[in-house]
Structure formats: structure tokens, C-alpha cells
Ligand binder design. Structure first.
Ligand SMILES: N=c1c2ncn([C@@H]3O[C@H](COP(=O)(O)OP(=O)(O)OP(=O)(O)O)[C@@H](O)[C@H]3O)c2ncn1[C@@H]1O[C@H](COP(=O)(O)O)[C@@H](O)[C@H]1O
Length: 107
């Protein structure tokens, strides 16, 4: 198992078996709205760190974002295999830029 799989397993376990002192348990107890707020917050933090060109901060915020996305997946009953399947499917097709895309200055 890679680290994403291990963390996701822990998240699923927290969902099935709430534990005192667990941040994941706290998120599941708060519910979907709280999880969505955290995903939005962590996405924004990735954007802000990127604007600052602070690579170390971006990497750290990415870690927070990925974790919260995994919690959201667990909340919604989505598995890593579901995401894997969609990425595998998309990987079959490259050169995805649409021919009819408008130039930016015309937007
Ligand atoms: N990867 C993470 C992870 N990344 C970030 N965080 C938590 O996410 C929070 C993000 O910080 P913020 O300042 O945005 O949020 P906060 O002020 O702590 O909390 P809020 O009041 O905003 O909800 C911190 O509390 C971090 O501890 C994580 N908490 C848990 N994990 C993984 O989940 C596993 C289980 O952890 P527990 O559920 O705590 O046992 C761990 O082994 C890790 O693998």
C-alpha cells in the first residue's frame, strides 16, 4: 500500500470507528458542510502559497488539501479505485485542447 492508500484506510477506519482525539473523527462528526469548508479553505491556501511562489508552503498546503479531499471522498462513499478508474480512462486520450477554444483576449 502506498501512503495515500494507508491514509485513506485510516480515514475509513475513523468513519467506522470514531476515536477520541482524532481530527478525522472530529470532521465526520461535524459533517459534510464542515468538510466542504475545509476543502475550500485548504484550496485557497494552496492558491495563496502559489501566488507567493513559496514552494515549501505550497507542498504543505497540498498535503492538507489532499487529506481533506480524501475525507470528502470517504464521506461521499467514493473510493480511490473510483478516482483511479477515471484517471486511467483519461490517460488514454492526450491532446485534449479543444480546437474551438476562444483566445483569452476574446473572453
Ligand atoms: N493527513 C492528515 C492531516 N493533514 C492535516 N490534518 C489536520 O488538518 C488540520 C488543518 O489545520 P487548520 O489550521 O486548517 O485547521 P484546525 O484549526 O486545526 O481545525 P478547524 O477548527 O479549522 O477544523 C490540522 O488540525 C491538521 O492536524 C490532518 N489530520 C490527519 N491526517 C491523517 O489522518 C490520519 C488520522 O489522523 P487522526 O484522525 O487525527 O487520528 C493521520 O495519521 C494522518 O495520516
Amino acid at each position: 500500500m502506498n501512503v495515500y492508500e494507508r491514509v485513506f484506510e485510516t480515514i475509513l477506519d475513523r468513519k467506522a470507528n470514531p476515536e477520541q482525539g482524532s481530527y478525522t473523527t472530529y470532521l465526520f462528526e461535524k459533517g459534510l458542510e464542515k468538510i466542504l469548508k475545509k476543502v475550500g479553505e485548504e484550496s485557497t491556501e494552496v492558491i495563496i502559497a502559489s501566488c507567493k511562489h513559496d514552494k515549501e508552503e505550497v507542498i504543505n498546503e497540498y498535503g492538507d488539501l489532499i487529506y481533506h479531499l480524501l475525507v470528502l471522498m470517504a464521506e461521499l462513499g467514493i473510493t480511490l479505485d473510483d478516482i483511479h478508474a477515471v484517471m486511467e480512462e483519461r490517460d488514454k486520450k492526450t491532446h485534449n485542447l479543444k480546437a474551438e477554444r476562444k483566445p483569452i483576449e476574446n473572453l
